[in-house]
Design a protein around this ligand. Structure first.
Ligand code: ADP
Ligand code: MG
Length: 254
């Protein structure tokens, strides 16, 4: 098993945001998590990537228990993620964002980057090459020297992918990668995800755009009020009564 959660639970005070979730993320596939707002999707990502410590349950990565590892250790094992909102250094170029973002992830040492120490300079070349490689992969070569504050929403989404890819991940968790962009751009991001899978990277994404999910995902988990209410292929999910009820019948307005 590649990534597996067992009985994964997160409580915030009296609220159970994720409740007893068993889910297997399949290697080399596009795995998706869907569900109404407040269902616990982002919290699930935070638990798997080490940003939150579970209240109960476990996270297994390639047979190892990573439940209590801090985010930087999880990242080093090859688990990368993007956030629902991408915070870029707006006054820096796209290239520098990817270089610095990569360094922050690997060394957690902002001072090296700011003060340009010898270590920083030594490693800069390598980081720069890696950054150029992922910027090419994500289709951003033409804007590497533009300020991040001046690029489009869609380009920012691609930079978020580039940041995740710069860590040489085995699996990438993408939190609503297509939020706030148009259908044509969404199609482009879908193609990029397929390209990642072809390269051997496992994808796990949260997304509200159902058409995209249904076309793209090999495996889908549906969360509702923190609980897994269904799991299966697109077709299985689309025909699942409980899912239809959660989306159309229940109160999905959190
Ligand atoms: N750090 C936190 N502290 C308290 N409550 C939180 C925290 N993070 C998320 N929650 C709550 O947990 C529930 C699930 O949130 P979230 O995982 O962000 O949902 P989703 O991503 O599915 O929209 C929500 O009710 C949210 O308010
Ligand atoms: Mg969310």
């Amino acid at each position: 098993m590649f990534i597996e959660t067992r009985n994964l639970t997160k409580q915030f005070g009296g609220l159970v945001a994720v409740k007893n979730v068993d889910f297997a993320i399949e290697k080399g596939k596009i795995n998706a998590i869907i569900g109404p707002n407040g269902a616990g999707k982002s919290t699930f990502f935070n638990l798997v990537s080490g940003s939150y410590t579970p209240s109960a349950g476990r996270v297994m990565f390639k047979g190892n228990d990573i439940t209590h590892l801090p985010p930087n250790k999880v990242a080093k094992l090859g688990v990368a993620r993007t956030f629902q909102t991408t915070n870029l250094f707006e006054q820096a170029t796209v290239l520098d964002n990817v270089i610095v973002g990569h360094r922050l992830r690997t060394k957690s040492n902002l001072f090296d980057a700011v003060l340009r120490t010898n270590r920083y300079k030594r490693e800069e070349k390598k980081c720069r090459e890696k950054a150029m490689e992922v910027l090419e992969f994500t289709g951003l070569t033409h804007i590497t020297d533009q300020l991040a504050g001046s690029i489009t929403q869609e380009e920012k989404k691609r930079v978020a992918f580039a940041l995740a890819l710069a860590t040489d991940p085995e699996v990438v968790f993408l939190d609503e990668p297509a939020a706030g962009i148009n259908p044509g751009e969404t199609e482009g991001l879908a193609e990029l995800m397929q390209k990642m899978v072809k390269k051997g990277i496992t994808v796990c994404l949260i997304e509200h755009k159902m058409q995209m999910i249904m076309k793209l995902a090999d495996k889908i988990m549906v969360l509702n009020y923190g609980e897994k209410i269904a799991e299966g292929t697109s077709e299985e999910i689309m025909n699942n009564e409980t899912v239809i009820e959660a989306y159309l019948g229940g109160d999905a307005s959190a």
